[in-house]
Design a binder for this molecule. Structure first.
Ligand SMILES: NC(=O)c1ccc[n+]([C@@H]2O[C@H](COP(=O)([O-])OP(=O)(O)OC[C@H]3O[C@@H](n4cnc5c(N)ncnc54)[C@H](OP(=O)(O)O)[C@@H]3O)[C@@H](O)[C@H]2O)c1
Length: 307
């Protein structure tokens, strides 16, 4: 019998927790570290081992990372791999956070220097999407590493798209999240317009979701927009980070991005008003305020299309 692959996991935030949980529930040998240890502890019920020290993950075969920004990724990996040469090292790092092309390339150089393969594997979907088994990955890096990691990526959701070598997956993810920002802003604009013209939000969104313009995203945001349930799935500041990554990439590749620039400014206005602790879809509240419309929860049961 071959020895089972030992997985290591860094980061049990909203995304990391739900992803690691799927691997643990799937029967993988997985050890998890999170800066705030208590947040990771419930994963033990699903079969994961929660470690005290990051360094304990240096001997896992495949090390996954899901934290927030590139600075955080750099910090946790430097600590996890500090003793890698002495006590063994992972075969591969799979980095899933949404970070820049440049940061990802720097990481690849650092890991190459240590003889560790590296996959850049950002994701699409929030924690609820993960629970529903619909998370997707976009992956770049060496093909042989992808083939080896693929069964674990598959266990976490609905599959992965391999897009080639180097940091190509980073640009795909950045483009994806720029679209997320522009779409949520527009969805909020038209929902406020429909309501101010006299229509209940749930009726308008019911029509939109059934139409060719409806999507998994418009459907799973519908409960928030109808019933004003803004518990966080993704913070305004993380979305601002991704729009900034998109605008930086636009400058680097000489691509004008007028809608993305405007959306970034609108998001900044919302954050500047102190609206940063709830979900990014509170753009609806700012749009309503700007339109002189007072929103009330409609208290109507609406499907999110996921559960
Ligand atoms: N939420 C979404 O819908 C979504 C979707 C796709 C991609 N993403 C991307 O996925 C990543 C994680 O997002 P999230 O929503 O899970 O964020 P989150 O809930 O804020 O979790 C962030 C995680 O990073 C850890 N962390 C942050 N800074 C750290 C540091 N300096 N050292 C060690 N650990 C650190 C946090 O540890 P603590 O628990 O100790 O704070 C936590 O585990 C981000 O890059 C985000 O852009 C998010």
């Amino acid at each position: 019998m071959p020895t089972p692959t030992k997985l290591g996991w860094i980061g049990a935030g909203r995304m990391g927790y739900a992803m690691a949980e799927r691997l643990a529930k799937g029967g993988c040998d997985i050890a998890v570290w999170n800066r705030t240890r208590e947040k990771a502890l419930p994963l033990e019920k699903s079969g994961a081992k929660v470690v005290n020290q990051l360094e304990e993950l240096s001997t896992r075969d495949i090390l996954f990372v899901m934290v927030a920004t590139y600075d955080d990724v750099k910090e946790v990996l430097a600590r996890a791999l500090a003793s890698a040469s002495k006590g063994g090292k992972p075969k591969m790092v799979v980095e899933c956070s949404s970070i820049s092309l440049e940061g990802s390339a720097e990481l690849r150089r650092m890991l190459k220097g240590k003889g560790i393969a590296y996959l850049a594997a950002p994701v699409s979907g929030n924690a609820k999407v993960i629970k529903a088994g619909k998370l997707t990955f976009v992956v770049s890096g060496p093909r042989h590493a992808y083939d080896e990691a693929r069964p674990y990526l598959d266990m976490m959701g609905a599959g992965s798209s391999y897009v080639g070598e180097g940091e190509l997956s980073r640009i795909a993810k950045i483009c994806h999240n720029v679209m997320l920002g522009v779409v949520i802003q527009n969805l909020c604009e038209i929902t406020v317009l429909a309501e101010k013209a006299g229509m209940p939000r749930h009726a308008f969104l019911d029509f939109l979701n059934k139409s060719v313009m409806g999507s998994m995203f418009t459907r799973y945001k519908t409960p928030a927009l109808v019933n004003l349930d803004f518990h966080v799935t993704f913070t305004p500041k993380l979305l601002r980070k991704d729009l900034d990554l998109g605008l930086d990439a636009g400058r680097r590749f000489d691509v004008p991005m007028p809608l993305s620039s405007l959306t970034r400014d609108l998001l900044q206005q919302m954050i500047g008003r102190g609206m940063s602790e709830q979900d990014f879809s509170t753009l609806l509240l700012m749009q309503a305020q700007n339109a002189g419309l007072k929103l009330e929860p409609e208290d109507v049961p609406v499907s999110d299309g996921l559960s």
